[in-house]
Write a protein that binds this ligand. Structure first.
Ligand code: 5AD
Ligand code: SF4
Length: 449
């Protein structure tokens, strides 16, 4: 449904993405599509003719933020830009958004955003354009081909949706059932990114390690097969993937961590809680023991792997003993970094109506205790890398003269003074200092590696 791009010439747009990396990816694809339609990017929403709010519904605060953001789009003269609400709040709240916020013109769900140009055209004719379809045709086929960007790193969504139905989570409702994008389409997209200068690709999916497909010879493969194939691409130096479910850590994927040099030593593996009783109530379908076993097996093949996780405190019915068990699994795992949240009651999910909802203050207090432990572990992880020689992929400029910031293989942000180098270069370094959220490094050579 390609429209005449000249009709939009001169119009400006701004896409603002919230939440997970999949939203960041979707936001980039929407921006590329609007660019192909003749729109020009604006630096921020204040001077854009079209604003797309690409929203997140995972926790209450994220969803509420949308309404205050819509309110802020009102200009001094009382006018508003064309406003499209996309993402998971759009899917979950639908037409309710346009009722509650009349200045919203377009509401489009995460599986239908390839139709955005049409929806905007309908809005310009004065309609409220709402599309919450989860169409069978893939949006990916309808989007313009990727060209790679100005950055050396890129996301590539390989899998979407979730069939796991954890009882607290909205994703199975907002993103729909699990689908894997076809192998050939992914290889083509990765090649286009690499041709455009991308050196690191992070494969994305709500359950990325549930990806499956067929290779070019028709053989059934899993995520490890896809990673193996991508690792053959010249110019692609690093591969990462996120987010994984413990039950989908196959033997092949675990083995890949010991065998594929380009696969970075970092594993984001959410566990959510450390008590089997709570894990069962969450419908996580794994146990503390099975989670720890996966971690042990990955470490056996890749001893230096940095492990990251997600945690929820205050799930309905969580006792002090259950919470202590969460602290225990954190101690047993030793995380390099982690994300932790207070349980947020999401309408329509099974946990929202469970007995034993936990008071806000108690959740707050548990979160503080959990985060103190996780921060300590992160600091310890960073400190343990001091003295190591490693390689950085330089991603952006630092604050100091000649300073660049890159990522270590373990996903640490690392600062280095390297006046001869530029964004996109890789540089051999020694890590010389460690802070809570980043490390300092010295370049071992001024040569571009
Ligand atoms: N409340 C709090 N945290 C949640 N997450 C998902 N749903 C909820 C919820 N209702 C967290 C989980 C998940 C991460 C993306 O967000 O930890 O892994
Ligand atoms: Fe949500 Fe659980 Fe699916 Fe993750 S695995 S997206 S937490 S339902």
């Amino acid at each position: 449904m390609k429209s005449d791009s000249s009709k939009n010439s001169g119009k400006t747009f701004h896409v603002k993405s919230f939440g997970c990396q999949m939203n960041v990816y979707d936001g980039e694809r929407m921006a590329e599509m609007l660019g192909a339609e003749g729109y020009v990017p604006a630096a921020d929403s204040a001077d854009a003719d079209l604003v797309v709010l690409n929203t997140c519904h995972i926790r209450e605060r994220a969803a509420e933020k949308v309404y205050s953001d819509i309110g802020r789009l009102k200009r001094a003269d009382g006018s508003t830009p064309t406003i499209a609400v996309a993402g998971c709040v759009a899917q979950a709240e639908g037409a309710e958004i346009a009722r509650r916020a009349p200045s919203v013109d377009v509401v489009v769900g995460p599986q239908a955003y390839h139709r955005l140009p049409d929806l905007i055209a309908r809005a310009e004719r004065g309609e409220k354009a709402i599309d919450l379809d989860m169409p069978l045709e893939s949006k990916f086929g309808a989007l313009p081909k990727r060209a790679g960007g100005q950055r050396p790193t890129a996301f590539l969504t390989v899998q979407e949706g979730c069939d796991k139905f954890c009882t607290y989570c909205v994703v199975p409702y907002t993103r729909g059932a699990e689908i894997s994008r076809p192998f050939a389409e992914l290889i083509a997209e990765a090649r286009a990114l690499v041709a455009g200068g991308v050196r690191e690709i992070t494969l994305l999916g709500q359950n990325v390690n549930a990806w499956d497909g067929e290779d070019e010879r028709g053989r059934a493969i899993g995520l490890d097969g896809l990673i193996r194939e991508l690792a053959r691409e010249d110019g692609l130096e690093r591969i990462r993937y996120t987010t994984s479910h413990p039950n989908d850590m196959t033997d092949g994927l675990i083995a890949a961590h010991g065998e594929i040099d380009k696969l970075m030593p970092f594993l984001h593996l959410p566990v959510q809680a450390g008590s089997d009783r709570i894990l069962a109530a969450m419908n996580r379908s794994h146990s503390v023991e099975s989670y720890l076993k996966v971690i042990e097996r990955v470490r056996a093949v890749r001893p230096d792997i940095a492990v990251s996780g997600d945690f929820i405190v205050g799930f309905p019915g969580e006792t002090e003993a259950d919470f202590q068990a969460t602290l225990d699994i954190v101690r047993a795992t030793n995380y390099a970094m982690a994300y932790s949240f207070k349980y947020s009651r999401r309408p329509g999910t099974p946990a929202a109506t469970m007995d034993g909802q936990i008071a806000e203050e108690l959740m707050h207090e548990r979160l503080q205790r959990l985060q103190a432990l996780l921060n300590e572990q992160q600091q310890t992880f960073n400190a343990a890398t001091v003295g190591r020689t490693t390689r950085l992929l330089l991603e952006r400029k630092g604050k100091l003269e000649g300073q660049l910031i890159g990522k270590s293989p373990w996903l640490q942000s690392a600062h280095v003074i390297a006046p001869g180098l530029k964004i996109g270069d890789m540089v051999d370094v020694r890590i010389t200092s460690a802070g809570a959220n980043s490390v300092g490094a010295e370049a071992l050579t001024e040569e571009v590696a």
